[in-house]
Design a protein around this ligand. Structure first.
Ligand code: DQA
Length: 146
């Protein structure tokens, strides 16, 4: 089972700056992730919070909850949250960071990811497909080390 976490403002997907983030709503994105996970033989559970501390707690608890890996879009917390970085580093599950937009093609302050330093890798710029690519990687990883 893979835990997919979406951070602040991602509940507004579909309505929020659609020229940047597209027209897919969070609910649709989560349905896509479940379908892609099923194709790959992975169960997927999706959660979203606007609160840093809630995300920290979900990351801390994920292994005990039985998850095998985490896909994380930290939203703007990407760019400054040492608390999320510490949470990622403080647990043992592989984390893949994802972004809908290409954070390197936007404002300079978005080009730095603090949280990716704790992640296996980062997929950025492919819209909802960023999540799919993260799941493809995790399916391979978990197959190699179940
Ligand atoms: C985002 C990129 C962040 O810079 C931004 O604050 C978001 C969304 C993305 O998915 O492209 O909230 O993480």
């Amino acid at each position: 089972m893979i835990l997919i976490l979406n951070g602040p403002n991602l509940n507004l997907l579909g309505r929020r700056e659609p020229e940047i983030y597209g027209h897919t709503t969070l609910e649709e994105l989560e349905e896509l992730c479940e379908a892609w996970g099923a194709e790959l033989g992975l169960g997927v559970a999706c959660r979203q919070s606007n609160f840093e501390g809630q995300l920290v707690e979900w990351i801390q608890q994920a292994a005990d909850e039985g998850f095998k890996a985490i896909v994380l879009n930290p939203g703007a917390l990407t760019h400054y949250s040492l608390a999320l970085l510490d949470a990622i580093r403080g647990q043992r599950l592989p984390v893949v960071e994802v972004h809908l937009s290409n954070i390197h093609a936007r404002e300079e302050y978005r080009s730095r990811s603090v949280t990716a330093a704790g992640a296996k890798g980062l997929v950025s710029g492919f819209g909802p497909t960023s999540y799919r690519m993260a799941l493809v990687y995790l399916a391979d990883l978990l197959e190699a080390q179940p």
